[in-house]
Design a binder for this molecule. Structure first.
Ligand code: PGA
Length: 257
């Protein structure tokens, strides 16, 4: 049985004051939930400390949106894995399509960050997904296969077991155009099949695969009820407590697989 994971990727939004307000609202709206799904928030680096202090006795977990592949040293502007674990982060989003597009991150670089995160006990949420041109050219499966092999290169089965994969079709991110539940589930099944072929069918059954790309309060229930969708990585809709909590509720009510 795979437990659902609902994660909010706040991107470059919310200063420390806005962070505190949103978390207080979230905790208030979530107070009757009984810990049935894992809830993660990923605010900007500058908000991590204040976020951690507010959620410390509450079942919301903390994640960062990126980190360096290096341990420490002269890398101006970068944040290391131990800086994140020292705050109490348990998750880190790696290889988001915005990092790939605007900051030229490659599967190779993402792979080295995944290894670094795992070595420090941080759970990587590793993003993959095709662009609109790739989908229209009919090469979605090929792109997903290349990305999976690239980001998981040289990882053992016990390491891959600790990873969450987020399938985020690039054409659906921030566009209001989500993949249909069936379209998304088809790619999730492909990812599971690849994990089965590369590692084992037992691991394929266990690994958590989130969907991301314009998931919102209206479409969450139908996406989360799909057989191979184990949660959501939510951008825009995670910035409003009512929408995010409706999505969490949809996760609680959706069937487990
Ligand atoms: P969106 O972003 O929900 O705003 O489409 C999802 C993401 O980029 O993780």
């Amino acid at each position: 049985m795979r437990r659902k994971v609902i994660a909010g990727n706040w991107k470059m939004n919310k200063d420390i004051h806005e962070t505190a307000n949103l978390i207080v609202e979230l905790m208030d709206r979530m107070k009757d939930f009984k810990n049935q799904v894992d809830v993660i928030i990923c605010p900007p680096y500058t908000s991590l400390v204040v976020a951690k202090s507010l959620i410390k006795d509450f079942p919301i977990k903390l994640g960062a949106q990126n980190m360096s592949q290096y341990d420490d040293g002269a890398y101006t502007g970068e944040i290391s894995v131990t800086m994140l674990t020292a705050i109490g982060c348990q998750y880190v989003i790696l290889g988001h399509s915005e990092r790939r597009q605007y900051f030229k991150e490659t599967d190779d670089l993402i792979n080295s960050k995944v290894k670094k995160a795992l070595s420090a006990g941080l759970t990587p949420i590793v993003c993959i997904g095709e662009t609109l041109e790739e989908r229209e050219a009919g090469v979605t499966d090929k792109i997903i296969t290349t990305q999976i092999k690239g980001v998981l290169r040289e990882l053992s089965s016990s390491e891959v077991e600790k990873i969450i994969i987020a399938y985020e079709p690039v054409w659906a991110i921030g566009t209001g155009k989500n993949a249909t539940p069936e379209q998304a589930n088809q790619v999730h099944k492909l990812i599971r099949k690849l994990i089965g072929q590369l590692y084992s069918w037992a691991l394929a059954e266990k690994i958590l695969i989130q969907y991301g790309g314009s998931m919102n309060a209206e479409n969450a229930a139908s996406l989360l009820s799909q057989s191979d969708i184990d949660g959501g990585l939510i951008g825009g809709a995670s910035l409003k407590s009512d929408a995010f909590v409706t999505i969490i509720q949809a996760g609680v009510e959706s069937p487990t697989h």
